[in-house]
Design a binder for this molecule. Sequence first.
Ligand SMILES: C[S@@+](CC[C@H](N)C(=O)[O-])C[C@H]1O[C@@H](n2cnc3c(N)ncnc32)[C@H](O)[C@@H]1O
Length: 218
Amino acid sequence: MNVAPPSREKFPSQTDHPTFAAFYNWLASRTPSFRLVEPLRRETAGQAYALVLEVGVGTGLNFPFYVAGQVERVEAVDPDAAMLVYADRNQTKASVPITLTQASAEALPFADQTFDSAVVTLVFCSVTDPMRGLQEVQRVLKPGGTLLLFEHVRAQGAMAARLQDALVPLTTRVCGNCHWNRDTLQTVKAAGFHITRLRELPGVMHPVIVVQATRVER
Ligand SMILES: C[S@@+](CC[C@H](N)C(=O)[O-])C[C@H]1O[C@@H](n2cnc3c(N)ncnc32)[C@H](O)[C@@H]1O
């Protein structure tokens, strides 16, 4: 396994977890459990349309799922320089144009009402201020624009949730700031999105939500 930090001239460091980025990239190519997530990538990225924002692009694992002809262009952001280096390499797997920008969900460098759809997969567990990030996604979506998201979230059982809470100091340290105990569905609603479709996949410690939501007209 190669966990050497990648070269990063193109993306000067802001947030930076080179070891986690290398590990994530390695896992994605070699672990069957990552393949199990592919239907969820198809269900989210595969539904994206027109001008698309991808927040927290990571190494670019959603790139193969964007549909040519349905997607005009993807503007993909991530604050982590090390992740963006892998995403840059993985652009060859996309059949639609992709632009990479080093930026955080909490401060998206785009004008209001720019995007038709936004894709977010396995990101809001790591974002420092999830509410602010989701409000930013609202801001840059056009009225009626679509948020397509899947996230692992807080366990439903009290014991499992308490165990998640107890392990957060570890997961944040070794998994790129992952807070696996967050109730992201609640945050999506509180940020003002209208949920149009919700699938909840059970899991004792690792439940997953798949959400389709619209930016409410104001
Ligand atoms: C577990 S990875 C998921 C990557 C990718 N979305 C996927 O589905 O494979 C979490 C990603 O969220 C990014 N991230 C962390 N904090 C962020 C923030 N404040 N804004 C946007 N992305 C962030 C990390 O850099 C990392 O690339």
